[in-house]
Design a protein around this ligand. Structure first.
Ligand code: HEC
Ligand code: HEC
Ligand code: HEC
Ligand code: HEC
Ligand code: HEC
Ligand code: HEC
Ligand code: HEC
Ligand code: HEC
Ligand code: HEC
Length: 374
């Protein structure tokens, strides 16, 4: 008869032990100190946070009425560069360690994002400083909700290599700059990138930079653009793969326009000058092959392109222009002979003048010597 009694007592003791000893220890370990628990098991904090945030229905309504989903996809998270390196929720959400969380003090989801992205600064301080000096950051500063912060381009929880595949870069910029993107997509550069994943053509960031994007309409940017194009178009090895001439930059520099722009670049880099840079003739985001009838430098459209700045120009104006071709006998014989003539004529004049001056000096000396003798 004693047996049932002692059996009755035993579960009771075990129950009390569980309630008063084990539960608090477990609670302390898993709730109050998830930070420390993380050291022993890398997944603990993430699992703890996800125990609520993996619920697709969890959301938050802000004072101004907008709703934000608080769902964090465990699937997306597992592919993120941070999570796989063991960088967990609290590395960025430094104020949130358990539930209940500190009160939410934002009026809408955008305010929340614009405050939380500061967390990126902790580990990417150089890039962060660079980005704060950009035209995008200036727009945010002036109150723009549509100008990008880190997480608009990289996401917060599914951060991955931003350049794989490389076309992803232009697609990211294109999410907001839809008009520019639509034009770029049909250009010789954009089509090669987006249709064939060509690694040699420029993506948006090759011309604009990545994090420190500046105003592309500034004079200083404009006069630097020929060098931007030359980075690829003056590279003989790269251009020969496409059967393109790598002289385009050197011939440009010898042209009236090129000399003009070089002088301004060196002496007055911030003074507006309308002499043509590459993009004035070829376009910017809409650059096409010169053989494409839509191209601004196609023979049918070229006169109109020159007339933007040379309103009085007629067909002869374009005909006499040597373009990117080195002056040669076949293509422009008159210019060729004129060039030869002037080249030798100049030497001839110099030589004759030198001889003339020498003779003058000789004569003067002879006269002086004669005088002193006699
Ligand atoms: C018990 C469930 C639960 C757990 C566990 C939990 N959260 Fe939350 N979380 C919520 C709820 C509910 C909200 C909605 C706002 C509120 O009630 O505070 C929220 C809101 C948030 C927000 C957005 C609003 C704010 O407060 O900034 C963030 C960020 C957040 N949680 C991060 C975390 C992190 C990081 C962890 C892990 C350390 C975590 N949460 C653990 C339930 C939870
Ligand atoms: C690399 C930094 C970083 C990590 C790691 C991180 N977050 Fe966030 N989180 C942010 C930022 C920044 C925001 C602000 C929203 C935005 O910009 O998209 C945010 C927003 C949130 C929100 C609000 C809803 C939303 O998506 O905007 C929740 C909830 C949240 N985080 C929970 C978590 C949880 C849970 C983890 C871990 C599983 C986690 N975060 C890991 C940076 C991070
Ligand atoms: C706790 C430190 C830490 C924080 C906070 C952090 N990162 Fe990172 N991040 C890293 C580390 C470490 C790497 C991997 C090494 C590297 O590429 O620098 C990385 C890599 C990256 C990469 C490159 C991925 C690749 O494969 O090229 C991007 C993009 C990135 N982080 C964006 C962000 C953004 C956006 C935030 C803020 C929401 C953020 N990081 C916050 C530590 C951090
Ligand atoms: C306008 C979009 C945009 C914004 C805003 C942006 N990035 Fe990037 N980021 C990119 C692109 C595109 C690349 C890839 C560049 C490349 O490979 O040429 C990149 C590359 C990176 C890399 C990896 C390459 C490297 O240089 O180490 C990190 C880390 C990174 N960004 C962090 C950040 C952080 C932190 C912020 C916020 C201060 C931020 N980014 C803001 C678009 C952006
Ligand atoms: C989240 C949206 C968004 C993304 C993504 C974005 N931008 Fe922007 N960008 C803006 C906004 C908004 C402005 C400011 C527009 C203004 O002031 O007219 C801006 C301004 C610019 C300007 C200056 C425009 C001017 O008229 O002076 C350039 C250049 C630019 N972005 C290039 C890029 C590049 C390159 C990328 C990709 C690496 C990119 N942007 C990604 C929204 C975005
Ligand atoms: C080959 C170099 C090059 C590439 C590639 C390029 N841009 Fe530009 N972009 C320029 C130049 C040069 C200007 C200045 C044009 C001017 O003076 O009006 C400019 C101007 C801009 C402007 C401001 C003026 C406008 O037209 O709205 C934005 C925004 C912009 N680019 C975004 C982009 C985006 C987004 C991409 C990628 C889809 C891109 N750019 C690709 C060279 C380039
Ligand atoms: C990152 C390297 C790179 C930069 C920068 C670049 N290009 Fe190109 N460009 C190419 C490549 C590669 C091709 C050949 C693409 C093809 O045929 O698929 C090309 C093609 C062209 C063509 C068409 C040639 C033809 O007849 O088929 C023109 C015109 C052109 N680029 C002009 C420019 C101008 C102007 C700039 C500066 C605003 C510029 N490019 C900047 C790499 C570049
Ligand atoms: C963006 C404006 C612009 C475009 C487009 C342009 N030019 Fe010019 N061009 C100038 C300026 C400015 C000068 C210098 C005038 C000066 O210094 O007096 C100049 C000078 C010249 C000169 C030497 C001086 C002269 O006036 O005879 C020739 C030749 C010339 N351009 C031909 C052309 C041809 C051909 C085209 C079309 C294929 C063209 N230009 C397109 C702005 C432009
Ligand atoms: C005054 C107008 C003008 C300027 C400035 C100009 N180009 Fe051209 N470009 C042309 C014309 C016209 C053609 C087509 C006929 C030819 O090849 O001469 C052309 C052809 C080209 C081609 C295609 C060559 C081929 O084999 O199909 C490339 C690439 C090119 N230019 C790049 C540039 C670069 C880079 C710059 C600046 C360094 C530049 N252009 C400046 C008018 C111009």
């Amino acid at each position: 008869m004693a047996k049932p009694e002692s059996f009755a007592v035993m579960p009771c003791v075990a129950f009390k032990f569980t309630i008063f000893v084990l539960v608090p220890i477990f609670a302390v370990l898993s709730f109050s100190q998830p930070v420390y628990a993380r050291d022993s098991s890398q997944e603990t904090t993430e699992d703890y946070c996800l125990s609520c945030h993996a619920d697709p229905d969890l959301d938050l309504t802000f004072p101004d009425g907008e709703t934000l989903s608080l769902y964090i996809s465990p699937e997306a998270l597992s592919h993120s560069v941070h999570s796989s390196l063991g960088i967990e929720c609290i590395a960025c959400h430094t104020d949130i360690r358990s539930y209940p969380h500190p009160p939410v003090e934002f009026n809408n989801p955008r305010e929340l994002a614009q405050s939380y992205f500061q967390a990126c600064q902790k580990c990417h301080s150089d890039l962060f400083a660079e980005a704060m000096d950009s035209i995008h950051a200036a727009a945010v500063e002036q109150g723009s909700d549509s100008a990008p912060i880190c997480t608009d381009c990289h996401t917060a929880h599914a951060v991955q290599a931003p350049d794989e595949p490389r076309s992803q870069i232009s697609l990211t910029c294109g999410e907001c700059h839809t008009e520019v993107f639509d034009v770029y997509r049909d250009s010789v550069h954009g089509a090669a990138l987006l249709e064939a994943e060509n690694p040699d053509v420029p993506v948006c960031t090759d011309c604009h930079g990545v994090h420190a994007i500046q105003d592309p309409t500034a004079v200083a940017f404009r006069v630097e653009t020929p060098e931007l194009c030359a980075g690829c178009h003056a590279d003989p090895e790269l251009m020969s793969q496409y059967g393109l001439n790598s002289d385009v930059y050197s011939t440009y520099q010898l042209s009236w326009h090129g000399v003009d722009v070089t002088v301004y670049q060196a002496r007055w880099p911030n003074l507006w000058h309308s002499s043509a840079v590459c993009t004035d003739c070829h376009g910017v985001h809409n650059i096409l092959s010169s053989s494409d009838p839509q191209s601004s430098v196609h023979p049918d459209n070229l006169l109109g392109t020159c007339q933007q700045c040379h309103p009085g120009a007629g067909p002869q104006f374009v005909g006499a222009w040597t373009g990117h071709t080195q002056i040669d006998l076949q293509r422009n014989p008159y210019v060729f002979y004129t060039d030869i003539f002037y080249r030798y004529f100049a030497y001839l004049v110099l030589m004759v003048s030198a001889i003339y001056v020498l003779l003058q000096i000789l004569r003067a000396t002879v006269v002086r010597v004669r005088r002193s003798l006699g």
